[in-house]
Design a protein around this ligand. Structure first.
Ligand SMILES: Nc1ncnc2c1ncn2[C@@H]1O[C@H](COP(=O)(O)OP(=O)(O)OP(=O)(O)O)[C@@H](O)[C@H]1O
Ligand SMILES: [Mg+2]
Length: 142
């Protein structure tokens, strides 16, 4: 079975970096292309969203997100891999699942935990949700 295109859920945490390394190995072996998806999720209620400064906060988060994924994509491209990144705004699992709906996407790769990792948590909330809603097989890298 070909693995043409791999979507990687990426929050730049150590577990997500491990997941990306594994995805890169797979991509090299199967000649797949990679899409990194980094979701910016600022949980706000409508009154807070209306406050001055919220748009600036979001813009700053987007710039930081772009810098994170650009760094990762450059590393992949240096290894001769075909990789692009998408910085999106919204709930991470939903955004990753949405990115995986493309007909050529064969696999989704995520870490067990992420930035909010606590030792007692086995699977973070993003990966747990992704396992429930992903339209494609999900590979969870410990
Ligand atoms: N904002 C995000 N955008 C894209 N992928 C993400 C994002 N956050 C997490 N992920 C993916 O999900 C994996 C698990 O992270 P998750 O957020 O579920 O765990 P956590 O941060 O330890 O716990 P929680 O967020 O529930 O407190 C990460 O390794 C990464 O692959
Ligand atoms: Mg998290």
């Amino acid at each position: 079975m070909p693995i043409r295109h791999i979507v990687v859920a990426y929050d730049a945490s150590p577990p997500a970096r491990r997941a990306l390394s594994f995805a890169a190995e797979l991509a090299a072996a199967f000649h797949s292309s990679l899409t990194l998806v980094h979701a910016i999720h600022i949980p706000v209620t409508p009154p807070e969203a209306a406050l001055a400064g919220w748009a600036e906060l979001l813009a700053a988060e987007e710039r930081a997100g772009e810098a994170l994924v650009d760094d990762a994509v450059k590393g992949l491209q240096k290894r001769g891999l075909t990789a692009v990144a998408r910085v999106v705004v919204g709930a991470p699992a939903e955004q990753v699942a949405e990115a995986a709906t493309g007909a050529d996407v064969d696999l989704v790769v995520a870490g067990t935990t992420g930035k909010g990792a606590m030792a007692r948590v086995f699977l973070g909330s993003v990966t747990t949700r992704l396992l429930h809603i992903s339209p494609k097989p999900v590979l969870v890298v410990p």
